[in-house]
Design a protein around this ligand. Structure first.
Ligand code: COA
Length: 297
């Protein structure tokens, strides 16, 4: 889809880059010429990914462990990233989430999510942004949110609230930091199954094959989950040059799932040709009845 050197010369930091969506985006960035630095909490996972991606993409990759809940650790890590060669892009991908009835959540449970998604993402963004402003260099920030930033979502309320905060941050800073040539955008992915997310968002139990099972996927207008390469391509587009005027936007990539849930007639997607022929006939009869009534007046 892109030239192999679309990201040549760019140094990109991906939080939560050791697994899931972060690993996939890192793979795409490396394959398009970027140097990628991945960070996350689990050093062994990072090292494994670093080895795998270095081999499969031949790109330059390094890693360091960082818990983005720790604001002091963030400042130190960002200092050393900039000292070792600067930075062109930040991808805020690290997150935490689990499904639960909201009435069952303690304030600790809320903080478990908010400290990563809400506070952690802000602290990463501000640490990196401050450096770019101080050094008078342009920068590009991509954050991974969800379509719940528009619709809200039951059973994942701390995540929905925190991701909405990132959405507001992105729009606000696109304006505040636009004069510094720093752009910020979000991707709101629909279902892109990864082991980490699925085990917490669609756990299988004895009486339940998973909240996001096959039947809920078939209600997606495209009838399927997302493919990792689709997400990787969108992220590559947003991290590359050429559309630098694009900032402050959140782009959903979900097969139109969130739009379909909102429309009054969204469920009609299930009707077949015969249903539509019958419906057409019924409407025609109703119109003719009305016409006849008007003619007899
Ligand atoms: N339902 C209700 N409460 C829950 C819960 C659940 N399924 N899971 C945890 N909690 C509560 C705990 O009871 C605890 O509250 P308490 O102290 O009042 O009892 C609080 O949340 C923190 O629990 P803890 O086990 O210490 O969580 P943690 O902070 O170690 O881990 C995450 C929570 C989110 C950080 C962890 O799941 C994680 O590492 N996630 C990263 C990966 C991920 O979530 N990927 C999916 C992204 S979409």
């Amino acid at each position: 889809m892109f030239k192999e050197d679309a990201l040549e010369g760019k140094r990109i930091l991906v939080t939560g880059g050791g697994s899931g969506l972060g690993k996939e985006m890192s793979k795409h960035f490396l394959s398009h010429g970027a140097e990628v630095i991945i960070c996350g909490r689990r050093d062994s996972v990072l090292k494994e990914t670093e080895k795998e991606l270095a081999k499969t993409t031949k790109g330059k990759i390094s890693s360091f462990s960082l818990d983005i809940r720790d604001s002091l650790a963030i400042e130190e890590a960002i200092d050393s990233v900039f000292a070792s060669g600067g930075l062109d892009g930040l991808v805020n991908n690290a997150a935490g989430n689990f499904i639960s009835r909201t009435k069952d959540l303690s304030s600790n449970a809320f903080n478990a999510i908010a400290s990563i998604v809400f506070h952690g993402t802000f602290n990463m963004t501000n640490s990196v942004g401050k450096k770019w402003i101080e050094m008078k260099t342009p920068g590009n920030i991509l954050s991974i949110t969800t379509t719940w930033v528009w619709t809200g979502s039951p059973f994942v309320v701390p995540s929905a609230m925190s991701k909405s905060g990132i959405n507001a941050m992105t729009k606000s800073l696109a304006v505040e930091w636009g004069p510094h040539n720093i752009r910020l955008n979000c991707i709101a992915p629909g279902p892109f199954p990864t082991e980490g997310a699925w085990s917490r968002l669609s756990p299988e139990t004895e009486n339940n094959e998973g909240a996001l099972d096959q039947s809920s996927m078939s209600s997606n207008p495209m009838g399927r989950v997302g493919e990792m390469s689709e997400l990787g391509n969108l992220a590559t587009f947003l991290m590359s040059d050429g559309c630098d005027y694009l900032t402050g936007q959140t782009i959903a990539i979900d097969g139109a799932a969130y739009l379909s849930a909102g429309g009054t007639f969204a469920s009609l997607g299930k009707l077949n040709d015969e249903d539509w022929t019958n419906i057409r006939e019924t409407i025609k009869k109703s119109n003719e009845k009305d016409k006849n009534l008007r003619n007899t007046k």
